[in-house]
Design a protein around this ligand. Structure first.
Ligand code: ADP
Length: 486
């Protein structure tokens, strides 16, 4: 391990099954690489379907006792885990930056954000209320109780190596489910550190299990096909989400899916332009553009188009690109060569069809997978950037004339995760907010994610919600009790 993570007390070189650090029967190994430098950070056992099955058995055996604990006791374990994450936020952030690349300050922000879900659901654990229903007959009483669904399998991506995991397992564990978790192969070290802290917090054996490995399809098939798993919670691409939903259909297994987005970011003539520029920077360039809620299509009304482009370029010019450990760096590397190739293709396609590069537009030479923050103007709907998620630091600016026109364009996508708009007039604010076909709408803000609010998409962006009091519902079954002959 590099100097950045060598001092960490929380790294182990294996998965975690039934309270033991183990590689199972895995014989192969895989490397974890720092995308800013290309250096190998760690070598881990390549666990697969067999280890996943063992972990599922452990989670299945542990689940009844975990669910039977008073909610306050589960809550206390989660609370201790939260406290440990906060106390060790710097060390965790260093691990995250080393394997994923985002700037250290942003990584620290993610650790605290990830921990906030654990805190929130430690609190919610105590508030899983049922209900009573007035019965239609005098000799009957009717009520509803909530029970955990059982063993949950989670599969998560690399762009938020900590938060994507805690958003799922915090509510699952809080309500009495047990978990088998598979982090992305690019970022397993943060997940290992989280598991080490969970162990230290007193998580009973088998309650939280971690499988590390590169064969996502094999691990996924076991999680979806094994009848002891009652629910899959996935964050990642829409293609993989479709595969998992299909695989879960045989057993009518429950699924929560947080999939791709294609977020519109709309700036109306009456917007506060400086605020809109600031919001666009936050929404577009955070995590080097590698989030599913990043602004992907920026629509600017024609009266302010040129001014907005100029103001945005002035800010983008100041964004410093580099190794996330260097102070002042705002944009780290993209995750890998594939990420670079996609961004290059989107820019090439747009330019070939008439877009202008205002700033950036190319990969940065040298070690690591860096792409210059980019602004494209005169972007049209025939270009690939209009339809596909770019997942990189490219802001394509579309010009629009009317409210009707921009709503139609914004909704012209199979995705429906996040949308943003900047406007002044209250009538327009309500009209646009209600017309946008998205699970989340940021109004005069470029950042809206919070553990206190329901995060999730409609259309092909997914199923279910993470965070808020609603997030627990995804891990609960409702049971209706009817008591007769009273
Ligand atoms: P990304 O583009 O963010 O890598 P993916 O959807 O490919 O998105 O990956 C998200 C997660 O899904 C990762 O943990 C990856 O290993 C896993 N994964 C990829 N393919 C499959 C599959 N066929 N079945 C189950 N999991 C998969």
């Amino acid at each position: 391990l590099t100097r950045h993570v060598a001092s960490s007390d929380f790294l182990r070189d294996s998965g975690y099954i039934n309270g033991k650090w183990t590689a199972g029967a895995a014989t192969g190994r895989f490397d974890v690489v720092n995308p800013a430098t290309g250096e190998v950070l760690a070598s881990l056992p390549d666990m697969g379907a067999a280890e996943t099955a063992t972990a599922i058995d452990a989670a299945y055996a542990a689940q009844p006792a975990w669910a039977a604990l008073p909610a306050k006791d589960r809550s206390a374990v989660l609370r201790r885990w939260f406290d440990l994450m906060v106390a060790n936020a710097d060390a965790l952030a260093a691990i995250l930056t080393a394997e994923m690349g985002k700037p250290l300050a942003e990584a620290r922000g993610e650790i605290l954000y990830a921990a906030a879900y654990i805190e929130w659901y430690a609190e919610e654990a105590k508030r899983i209320y049922g209900e009573t229903i007035p019965a239609g007959q005098t000799d009957k009483r009717m009520l509803v109780i909530k029970q955990p669904v059982g063993v949950v399998g989670t599969i998560t991506p690399w762009n938020f190596p900590a938060a994507m995991i805690t958003r799922k397992i915090a509510p699952a564990l809080a309500v009495g489910c047990t978990v088998v978790s598979k982090p992305a192969e690019q970022t397993p070290l943060t997940a290992i550190a989280l598991a080490a802290l969970a162990e230290r917090a007193g998580m009973p054996a088998g309650v939280f299990n971690l499988i590390v490995g590169v064969d996502g399809p094999a691990i996924g098939r076991e999680l979806c096909g094994n009848a002891k798993v009652r629910k899959i919670s996935f964050t990642g691409s829409t293609e993989v989400g479709r595969i998992l939903m299909r695989q879960c259909s045989d057993q009518i297994k429950k699924v929560s899916l947080e999939l791709g987005g294609n977020a519109p970011f709309i700036v109306f003539d009456d917007a506060d332009l400086d605020a809109a520029v600031e919001g666009a920077i936050a929404s577009k360039y955070r995590n080097a553009g590698q989030t599913c809620v990043c602004a992907n299509r920026i629509y600017v009304q024609s009266g302010v188009y040129d001014t907005f482009a100029r103001k945005l370029a002035a800010k983008v010019e100041q964004l410093s690109v580099g190794n996330g450990f260097k102070s002042g760096v705002a944009i780290g590397p993209l995750i890998d060569e594939q990420g670079i190739a996609k961004v290059e293709e989107h820019v090439r396609d747009a330019v070939a069809k008439g877009a202008k590069v205002v700033i950036g537009g190319n990969r940065i030479d040298g070690a690591g997978t860096f792409f210059a923050p980019t602004i494209l103007t005169e972007v049209e709907r025939s270009m690939t950037v209009a339809r596909e998620e770019t997942f990189g630091p490219v802001a394509p600016l579309f010009r629009f004339e009317t409210v009707e026109d921009v709503i139609a364009q914004a909704n012209d996508t199979e995705f429906g995760l996040a949308a943003y708009f900047y406007a002044g007039d209250m009538k327009k604010v309500w009209r646009v907010a209600e017309a946008l076909e998205y699970g989340m709408v940021g109004i005069n803000t470029g950042l809206m994610s919070s553990e206190t609010a329901p995060f999730g998409g409609i259309k092909q962006s997914g199923l279910g919600r993470e965070g808020s009091r609603h997030g627990a519902d995804d891990y609960l079954e409702m049971k209706y009790l009817c008591i007769g002959n009273l």
